[in-house]
Design a protein around this ligand. Sequence first.
Ligand code: FAD
Ligand code: MG
Length: 346
Amino acid sequence: MRNRIAILSLIYVLFFIFSACSTIETVPVETEKFAMGTFIIQRIYSDDAENISNKVIERIKKIEEDMTINKQGGEINSLNGSAGKGYVNLSQDTLYVLAEALRISEASNGAFDVTVGPLVKAWGVSDKNPIVPLDNDIKNLLNLVNYKDLQINMNESKAKLNKEGQIVDVGGIAKGYATDEALDIYRENGVKSALISLGGNVAALGCKPDGSYWRIGIRNPRGAEGSYIGVVSVKDQSVVSSGDYERNFEKDGIMYHHIIDPETGYPAKSGLIATTIVSDISIEADALSTTVFVLGLDKGMEFIEGLDGVEAVFITEDKKIYITKGLKDKFKIEDESKEFEYVEKG
Ligand code: FAD
Ligand code: MG
C-alpha cells in the first residue's frame, strides 16, 4: 500500500513538473501590422522578437496573396476563374487549406461550405456598398453553392470547381491557417512564450512568462470593442471567435451580417450572436467557430461535444452563455455589463 502511494506521488510530481510552465525573463516585444483585412498583433518573448515578428508578417502576407478573393491575383482567384473549365495547379499551402475546408464542410453537412463565395459576393457585407439581394437572385446563386463540387487531387497538386460561376471563399478558415503558421515560426525560432491575434483569432504559445496560463477575453458581442463577457485560460491553444458584430450593415432597420447560412442564402439566423472555439489547432478552430454559428446552440453543442480536444462557448441572442463540458475549469464569466447569464446545460 505504502509503495503504491509512493509511486502515485511520484507520478503526480512528475506530471506537475512536465505540465507546468517555467518562468521566462525576457521583456516582450509587441507589434501591430495590417494584413488579411485585420490588425495582426504579436507579443513575443524573445531577444530576437522584432526579427521573428517580421518573418511572421512576411509569411501571412504570402498566404494572403495566394488565398485572397478581395484583391486580384493569387491561387484561389485562379481556381475560381477556371470554375467549370478544369483543374488548376496549386501550392501545398492552398491545397492544405482547401482540404481542411472540405473536411469541415463534409463533417458539418454543409453548414460550413467553402463554396459559399457567390453569396458572400452578392451580399458584399464587407464591401463599401453592401446590398440585400433579391430573393430570386439568392435562389439562383444557391445552385452554385455546394462543397461537393470542389475536387482536390492531392497527388497531382491540383483542384477544380465543377460549375462555371462557382467561387471558393476561405475567409472563414485561412486566418486560422495563418495563425498555425505563425506559431510554427515562433517554435522554429526558439520562442517559448508568445501571443498572436488576427482579429477574432487568438493563439497562445506556451504559458505566460510568469508561468501562469494566458487569459483570453471573450468579447461582449453587444458591447464596445475591448469589453468582455468572460475569460478562458489556456496554454498552447487557439481561441477563435465568430460573431454577427464583426462585419455587418443595416438596411430598413434590419441588421445583416457576414456569416451566411448555405441552406437559405441569408445571414445565419440560428439564435446565436457569437461563438468561440478553443482548440490546439487554429485552422480547425477558425472553421468550427463559423460552422457552429450557422448550426445554432443545440446542433452546434452536439457537433462540438462529438469532437476530441475541441471546446466551445455559445452566446445566444437572449444573452445567455453556454459552454461545452470540457471548458468548465477553463472558462470564467467576467461580465462587466452584467447583461449576460451563464446557463449550465443539462
Ligand atoms: P469567420 O466567422 O471566421 O468567417 C466568416 C467569413 O467566412 C465570411 O466573411 C465569409 O468570407 C466566409 N463565410 C461566410 N459564411 C460561411 C459559411 N457558411 N461557410 C464557410 N465560410 C463562410 N477583408 C477585407 O476587408 N479586405 C481584404 O483585403 C481582406 N483580405 C483577406 C484575405 C484573406 C486571405 C482572408 C482569409 C481574409 C481577408 N479579409 C479581408 C477578411 C475576410 O473578408 C473575412 O471577412 C474574414 O476572414 C472574416 O473573418 P471572421 O473571423 O470575422 O469570421
Ligand atoms: Mg471562422
